[in-house]
Design a protein around this ligand. Structure first.
Ligand SMILES: [Zn+2]
Length: 384
């Protein structure tokens, strides 16, 4: 039998406490002790050490009532542990400094055109902007998390392909780490979207969650028992490229009839009778107008493909929740409710689980920045 050494126990308790404050926000010492199953003297010792290193402050709660000393309120100090979050998209890069507790402390963004999309240009621009932002805010990030829309090896941030950026076999993680001089985590955008939803979004605390998002392509990320699921060598599976229509449209991936070709942005444009590659604003406006108009037949077929893919995913994975991101969030609420009902009707796994809930992401355009920050915070909080 292995017995944990006292310093290991202390380190474990310290990182559990940091995680709790980071995700749940300010809490009293008594509540933290109860949540972690620790006694009063242990929690006092841990909180005192965090206060000494500046990670938390303690205050008497304003609403303290009754006899005896009130339990002190422990507040995370956002600037005491900061990470750099970067969201690289096909036409845009977003960047933020995010503090302990999840607060965005400052941000910057720029558009990508032509040559600016080349990997080395992106690396240089991210490094320069990060330095400016850090100087503006007088903050020093201790790690960076970067979201990339592509097939990414999480272990070292190698990008096998990012079709919408035109990248193939790019040692992006290695390059970013070299120019930033920080530990860097590179993640697939849907994987980081799932993480953001689990830590800060509508499925907060739902330990088994499937996140599916439609942008130009379709991607998915899975949280299993509270951790991101990855495939071998750190590559994530590509749910958008499961075959749903044998003999269907050719996909850039080399296959045909991929789910992405039936429910991605181009498919949604076709369903709405819009030209493919219509501006995002036009697609969203058209979907909003649907609530008043009768449903076009193209959209009925679109929803059939959406349901088919989700039924397959629910049957294989058995998630507690399904969260729809990006373009899917523009679907009218009653349509999402119908999708949920139809999954229940066709999936015995959904019925066994009491009906898997399907919800729209509420984190908006910050979703991937928040996910990238959480990926970076995983190691920061474990070692703080
Ligand atoms: Zn494909």
């Amino acid at each position: 039998m292995t017995v944990a050494r006292p310093d290991e126990v202390r380190r474990f308790n310290r990182s559990s406490l940091l995680r709790l404050l980071h995700v749940g926000g300010p809490a009293t010492r008594a509540a933290l002790a109860a949540e972690l199953g620790l006694n009063r003297s242990t929690i006092k010792m841990l909180v005192d050490a965090l206060a000494e290193s500046g990670l938390v402050e303690e205050r008497v709660p304003r609403l303290a009532r009754g006899a005896g000393r009130p339990s002190l309120l422990v507040l995370p100090q956002p600037e005491a542990a900061v990470v750099l979050a970067v969201d690289v998209q096909a036409e845009h890069v977003g960047m933020a400094m995010i503090g302990f507790g999840g607060q965005i402390l400052g941000r910057n963004s720029w558009n990508l055109h032509g040559r600016q999309r080349e990997p080395e240009e992106v690396v240089t621009h991210v490094a320069e902007s990060a330095a400016l932002l850090a100087a503006d805010l007088s903050l020093r990030p201790s790690a960076a998390g970067i979201s990339v829309p592509g097939v990414v090896r999480r272990t070292d941030g190698h990008v096998h392909t990012a079709p919408n950026l035109g990248w193939t076999e790019v040692a992006f993680g290695e390059r970013m780490q070299a120019v930033l001089g920080l530990p860097v985590v590179i993640g697939n955008d849907a994987e980081l979207g799932a993480l953001a939803e689990y830590v800060r979004g509508v499925c907060r605390g739902a330990a088994d969650t499937l996140f599916v998002s439609a942008d130009i392509g379709v991607g998915g990320g899975l949280i299993v028992q509270g951790a991101s699921l990855r495939g071998s060598a750190g590559y994530l599976g590509e749910i958008g490229h499961m075959t749903v229509r044998p003999g269907g449209r050719a996909c850039y991936c080399g296959n045909e009839g991929c789910w992405e070709t039936e429910v991605g942005e181009a498919a949604l444009c076709r369903a709405l009778g819009l030209p493919e590659h219509s501006p995002r604003g036009t697609i969203v406006a058209e979907l909003r107008a649907l609530q008043r108009d009768p449903e076009p037949p193209g959209l009925t077929e679109y929803l059939d493909w959406l349901v088919l893919g989700l039924v397959n995913a629910v049957n294989i994975l058995g998630p507690e929740r399904v969260v729809l991101g990006d373009l899917f969030t523009a679907l009218p609420d009653d349509m999402v409710a119908r999708v949920e009902d139809r999954i229940r009707g066709r999936s015995m796994v959904s019925r066994a689980l009491g009906g898997v809930r399907v919800e729209k992401s509420t984190l908006g355009t910050d979703l991937k920045l928040l996910g990238a920050a959480e990926a970076a915070f995983e190691d920061v909080l474990a070692g703080a």
